[in-house]
Design a protein around this ligand. Structure first.
Ligand code: B1M
Length: 810
């Protein structure tokens, strides 16, 4: 029976935890569970059988980590083959009244994708594709991508599945207690991205118990047009007194809480970590009399970034137009030189001005646009979380940029020309996107609103033929120059009114075209903008640096009931300079080179925003007037502290933390260069490391640099270093001093363990500890010889711990 047809009419029960059951069955720590398909096939088959007997329609193969990063191609083939066979054997043994299916289970790779990590997006796609192709070869019925905690990796996996097979693909993400993915995506952002890419069901698994996941699930239900699935844990795992992992939600509670969500519209349910066949049995019994709620398509026109979705129609949207080289000599030069700083700065500044999306256009005749546009998209999305409008007439550039975009983009643009539709619609269908549709065709731009409406109808019909839903089209009826044709503005405005009324679609306009050739263009633009907004315009590509345009926009939203308590208007109006002239006639504000925010220096701003090149350039500049260490203490550390606080408050997510860390490292590299000259004679061997489990090394690197500058011969073992490696190094070098760094409360025990092992194996060695989480008291408790709060103090301590060494060279 066809799975999707069945799922249309019935609730679909999935299976429960596999890993936790294997641990109970004797899987050792460090052992790869997927290998059990070969070594313990009966055990795996038994678990599948128990789930089928408990009422699961879909069982997932034991292939969560089966990928080419962990196994050779031959091993992977054997493992996936055996996994499918084990599931099929269980299916054969339990044939009953209800149909059942075998899903290829696909989990995350465990690697972070670039730019946050070092795993290239296309390598991730290739890794997932290899797994999927083997699943298909061995005959699975569907692909189940699960426990993904990063949107970009989820996109890579789904794209790989779609490119490698025509089986149904279900996609499930793992959310934290803050209702976001680890890298910051909201549930609506994920639904928007995944539906755009063609997922057949979307949902939530792992993470927490069903009750804690309810708000996330409800957001899925409000956003998704495809079935929503749910596979929660049996509660949040915790350790009991005996050190075992336990889960607090009982099968009965689990069944009751999941059933409550089935009643709200979830159509597919099972369990994850900590759940067993007893949980699924309990669930299928509790839900035996339930039928699925009708699956209602949602008509939202939505785009997304890696963190959030933006919905057309809730209020007019502003699309910043400034990332476009047309008429901008400086930007053109920067693009030709491959300098992305200008572009990133335009992005950041427009974001601060309050735009909802950024148009990205890098089209210049003599450049490699596919490469440059892709780079621009990747660099922008690394430091900014605004959705992007990908703006190019070059299909190759469009495809490459859409492929790398971490979200559902606004696509600028298609027209009514058949060639344009035949080029753009397949790309939108494959990668997802809301398309800006220009109402022109082979015969040009019709002079009347009627003519443009007719083209809009033609585009809509063709889009439907390509399988693109109406909600994914936004029509631009084209602002034309009023100085050339007195009816130009009126006809476009009529079309702005007619399109939503007649076609039920949203509209967008590139407003400023209307004023070409006229003086005081802002007066015309902003008045035209106001009229268009009052006719129902949904979005505008505009200059957010124009005070007149922004005043019009903020005032319109306040007057139109789209700005609660006029808060955004008041914020905006009170931020204007006291002597700013009447908004509607004010000259456009020149593009401000935004380099810092109140209360922070330019370097702190650059680190906070993750601008690597800028951070390095500013550090070099600062080194002319400040001491290197002063820059570290007054600029770099406070900037990182601010990012860390944001991370704690959930205003900053891991990607931004990583980008800021990279910018700090770039600044720090310049400090290192500056200090390099000051080296003096060797005064003793100092073994240095960040302890096991901890990958923070910025502070440790500063300590290393200063120690070297004060004459110590530093053996840097790096970060995440096991106690045994440190002990071995100290013993083999007979090192008199060792320095340990730890930045997290969770890694201080590793520091304590390292000290314990050092005391046993190298009793002569003096131990210095440091790192943000430590205090003198704590250092005493864990048995260190000294604690240093910063790098300078580390040098002083080292000198004291080596009393025979000469005094420091100052
Ligand atoms: Co993360 N991180 N981070 N992080 N990170 C912290 C430490 C955190 C406090 C942020 C927060 O939540 N507010 C938090 C830890 C919370 C806790 O303790 N429980 C945290 C977390 C949770 C995490 C992750 C788990 C996030 C995640 O994945 N969900 C993850 C951990 C991964 C792991 O280690 N297993 C993670 C990852 C990262 C990045 C990779 C993104 C990046 C590190 C990049 C790198 O180091 N190469 C990063 C960063 C940058 C930070 C913050 C923002 C900044 C750390 C830093 O470099 N400070 C940090 C928040 C904060 O500290 N404000 C945070 C500047 C540096 C110069 O200071 O290291 O203290 P510091 O060094 C000083 C002194 O302490 C002293 O001298 C140095 C110079 O004066 N010192 C010593 C240091 N070592 C010494 C040794 C000595 C003597 C002195 O003798 C040997």
């Amino acid at each position: 029976m066809n799975l999707l047809e069945y799922a249309n009419q019935h609730l679909l029960f999935l299976d429960g935890g596999m890993g936790t059951l294997l641990q109970k069955a004797g899987l050792c720590p460090g052992e790869l569970p997927e290998v059990w398909n070969l070594t313990h096939p009966e055990e795996i088959t038994r678990i599948h059988t128990d789930y089928l007997n408990a009422g699961s329609h879909v069982i997932s193969t034991n292939t969560f980590g089966a990928n080419l990063l962990k196994f050779s191609p031959e091993e992977l083939d054997r493992i996936i083959g055996a996994a499918v066979q084990n599931a099929r054997r269980a299916q054969a043994a339990t044939r009953g009244s209800q149909p059942t299916w075998v899903a290829l289970d696909v989990g995350p790779t465990g690697r972070m994708l670039a730019p946050y990590g070092d795993f290239d997006f296309e390598d991730a796609v290739a890794t997932f594709a290899a797994t999927v192709r083997l699943g298909v070869k061995h005959g699975v019925d569907l692909i189940f991508i699960e426990t993904m905690n990063d949107s970009y990796e989820t996109k890579a996996a789904l794209l790989a599945a779609k490119e490698s097979c025509s089986l149904p693909v279900f996609v499930s993400n793992a959310y934290g207690a803050d209702g976001k993915l680890m890298t910051g995506a909201s549930p609506t952002a994920m639904v928007t991205l995944l539906e755009g890419l063609g997922a057949d069901a979307v949902g939530v698994n792992c993470s927490l118990g069903p009750r804690a996941l309810a708000p996330v699930v409800e957001e899925y239900l409000a956003a998704a047009s495809v079935p929503v699935l749910l596979k929660p844990n049996a509660g949040l795992p915790r350790a009991n007194e005996a050190g075992e992992t336990i889960y607090d939600v009982t099968p009965a509670d689990f069944a009751r809480e999941v059933t409550a969500l089935l009643r709200k519209g979830v159509r597919m349910a099972g369990g994850c970590c900590g759940t067993t066949p007893a949980y699924i049995q309990s669930l299928t019994e509790a839900a035996a009399d339930l039928s699925p709620l009708p699956l209602l398509p949602k008509e939202h026109t939505r785009v997304s970034s890696y963190t959030h979705a933006v919905t057309f129609g809730e209020r007019p949207l502003l699309i910043g137009e400034r990332i476009n080289p047309t008429g901008k000599k400086r930007f053109q030069e920067a693009l030709r030189a491959g300098d992305m700083d200008y572009l990133l700065n335009e992005g950041l500044t427009q974001e601060e001005k309050g735009v909802d999306l950024l148009d990205v256009n890098v089209g210049l005749p003599e450049i490699d646009e596919p490469t440059l546009l892709t780079q621009a998209v990747c660099r922008l999305q690394a430091i900014l979380d605004l959705p992007l409008q990908i703006d190019t007439a070059n299909p190759r550039a469009m495809e490459r940029a859409l492929r790398r975009y971490n979200g559902k983009a606004l696509i600028n643009s298609v027209s009514g020309k058949q060639e344009s539709m035949d080029t753009v619609f397949p790309l939108a269908k494959k990668y997802g996107g809301v398309i800006i549709a220009l109402t022109l065709d082979e015969n040009g731009i019709p002079p009347t609103a009627q003519g443009r409406l007719a083209i809009a109808e033609k585009i809509l019909a063709e889009a439907t033929r390509y399988g693109i839903p109406k909600k994914d089209l936004v029509f631009d009826p084209l602002a034309l120059t009023v100085s050339a044709d007195p009816r130009a503005a009126i006809e476009t405005l009529s079309a702005v009114e007619a399109i939503p009324r007649r076609l039920g679609c949203h509209t967008s306009l590139g407003v400023s075209n209307v004023s070409f050739g006229l003086p005081q263009r802002d007066a015309i633009n902003s008045t035209y903008f106001a009229i268009a907004l009052s006719k129902g315009l949904s979005a505008a590509i505009m200059n957010p640096y124009s005070t007149a345009m922004m005043s019009t926009y903020r005032a319109f939203c306040a007057l139109n009931g789209q700005d609660e308590n006029c808060a955004a208007y008041v914020d905006f109006a009170t931020s204007l300079p006291a002597n700013s002239s009447t908004p509607a006639t004010a000259a456009p504000t020149p593009a401000p080179a935004k380099t810092s925010l109140p209360g922070e220096s330019e370097l702190q701003y650059a680190i906070g925003k993750g601008l690597k090149e800028r951070a390095a350039a500013l550090t070099r500049e600062l080194l002319q007037s400040k001491e290197p260490l002063q820059i570290v203490n007054e600029e770099i550390i406070p900037a990182l502290n601010a990012v860390g606080e944001g991370f704690e408050r959930h205003t900053v997510y891991l990607p931004q933390l990583l980008m800021s860390a990279e910018a700090a490292q770039a600044a720090f590299a310049c400090i290192k260069e500056a200090l390099q000259g000051a080296r003096s004679a060797t005064r003793g061997c100092f073994v240095l490391a960040t302890v096991k489990g901890d990958i923070h090394d910025i502070g440790k690197n500063i300590v290393k640099l200063l120690l070297e500058n004060y004459g110590f011969d530093v053996i840097d073992l790096g970060r995440d270093v096991p106690p045994e490696v440190i002990v071995q190094e100290v013993v083999s070098r007979n090192a008199p001093l060792v320095g340990l760094s730890a930045l997290m409360t969770t890694t201080v025990p590793a520091m304590e363990e390292t000290i314990r092992q050092l005391r046993a194996a190298a009793p002569w060695c003096r131990i210095l500890v440091g790192g943000a989480v430590l205090t003198q008291e704590y250092a005493n408790t864990i048995g260190a010889d000294a604690y240093a709060k910063d790098a300078m103090e580390a040098v002083r301590c080292a000198e004291q711990l080596l009393p025979s060494s000469p005094k420091s060279i100052e």
